[in-house]
Design a protein around this ligand. Sequence first.
Ligand code: MN3
Length: 197
Amino acid sequence: MAFELPDLPYAHDALGPYMSQETLEFHHDKHHQTYVTNLNNLVKDTDLASKSLEDIVTSTYNVADKAGVFNNASQHWNHMLFWECMKAKGGGAIPSELENRIKADFGSVDAFKDAFVAKAAGQFGSGWAWLVDNGGKLEVTSTPNGVNPLCFAGQTALLGCDVWEHSYYIDYRNRRPDYVKAFLDNMVNWEYVAGRL
Ligand code: MN3
């Protein structure tokens, strides 16, 4: 069965003023759609066509002649997570179980946010910043291009933030740290993130 682009879980204008309708129209309707279309074309009539998205990502990571499949499959997975990680009037209180885990592993919510923004800002070029559960310990990581926590044994992605320029350039121009701060404080759906624990 072909992969499909899921609808956004909110209206295109729901994340304003922090992420504009124009950004979501380009990012979801065009960029994400392109990954899905490319993935379907690349796996069509191959033995990958019957595999799950997660299996395609993990089985093509670092396989030289499967780089195109990996890039489009991982980006499809990453963006589906990214859309779910946000909501209208997001940010705010973190559910207590997740907040306690964050405090235990980072010292405080503010220290976690500082570490996440630093990782996101420090990712050279295109990529992602993540909050992962790595074998029972919460960590912030960053990855290049489409690489994601599925590629690393023991890691479960809780929160993902797209730091490709197409994710923030319309609204923030070159100010990636301001975008990531707004993401954490005003866009994240912490109930959804906590539900991934
Ligand atoms: Mn993107």
